[in-house]
Ligand binder design. Structure first.
Ligand SMILES: NC(=O)c1ccc[n+]([C@@H]2O[C@H](COP(=O)([O-])OP(=O)(O)OC[C@H]3O[C@@H](n4cnc5c(N)ncnc54)[C@H](OP(=O)(O)O)[C@@H]3O)[C@@H](O)[C@H]2O)c1
Length: 247
């Protein structure tokens, strides 16, 4: 079996993806800017180490994110093209083309440059991870109240996104594949209440509605996936795992 290169291998999504690939018997090159056991050192922005990282690789999963993401993706695509990579799998986010956030515009630019690269590819868009929604609440630790925008979200367990990535990586390049989301699209307020219960937080929830196109795009559901849900793990189950055995 030829090795699989995973960028962003040390990140929230990369760690479970690498585990699943290795459990399935793949030899994985886990790219990181750091050095360490099991890691292949390289920097997508400077290009350092990239040529060696892609050499002899058939499949690349691009999960890295940081600064200069478009430059990073372009460098990866160029290296992958030169090395004759047969399948480039890229993670993206549901609604990137309809929600005018700066970060999302970069994701769109990355999708476009991958699609135009000539390297056979699959792009998978996922909704926010449960841990991201949790982070929105824990990030307000110094606030006397919990500010909660009046919109719905549909978070998914990162392990389920990783499993789907491994599945698409093992199949033929398919271009853009159907979006995936968590088991339920619910008002963020309900996720806030679930988090308060799990974390033992008593601070009151304060709903906020913001002006502007980004909020409107989110509020009308452009970040959600209609139809049957892909994810099975609920936010409450995620929290039970996080807060098990005390707070
Ligand atoms: N968070 C969400 O809710 C969500 C939802 C849907 C899709 N996504 C997408 O999923 C992807 C992964 O997100 P994540 O939350 O797992 O990210 P993360 O935890 O912030 O991890 C970022 C990863 O990128 C690597 N990286 C950053 N700059 C690099 C560079 N210049 N060269 C090489 N590696 C670099 C880091 O590796 P080192 O630090 O080890 O170098 C790290 O492994 C992103 O594309 C994101 O847009 C996220």
């Amino acid at each position: 079996m030829t090795p699989v290169l995973v960028t962003g291998a040390t990140g929230t999504l990369g760690v479970p993806t690498v585990s699943l690939l290795r459990a399935a018997g793949h030899e994985v090159r886990a790219l990181s800017r750091r050095t360490g056991p099991g890691l292949v050192t390289g920097d997508l922005v400077t290009g350092a180490g990239l040529r060696a990282a892609v050499d002899g690789v058939r499949t690349v999963l691009h999960l890295a994110t940081g600064r200069k993401d478009v430059v990073a993706a372009q460098n990866l695509v160029t290296a992958a093209g030169a090395a004759g990579v047969a399948h480039l799998v890229v993670i993206s986010i549901v609604g990137v083309d309809r929600i005018p956030l700066g970060y999302y515009r970069q994701r769109v630019a990355i999708e476009e440059l991958v699609a135009a690269s000539g390297v056979p590819f699959t792009i998978l868009r996922a909704t926010q991870f449960h841990s991201f929604v949790e982070g929105f609440f824990t990030g307000q630790r110094f606030s006397p109240v919990l500010f909660v925008p009046t919109l719905s979200v549909q978070p998914i367990a990162v392990e389920e996104v990783a499993a789907r990535l491994v599945q698409v990586a093992g199949a033929e390049p398919a271009g853009r594949v159907p979006d995936i989301g968590g088991p339920a699209a619910r008002p963020l307020r309900e996720f806030a209440q679930a988090w308060r219960r799990a974390a033992g937080v008593r601070r009151p929830v304060v709903p906020v509605t913001l002006p502007g196109r980004t909020f409107r795009a989110l509020a009308v559901g452009h970040g959600l996936v209609p139809g049957p849900a892909f994810g099975r793990t609920t936010f409450e189950e995620h929290l039970a795992g996080r807060y098990a055995g005390g707070r």
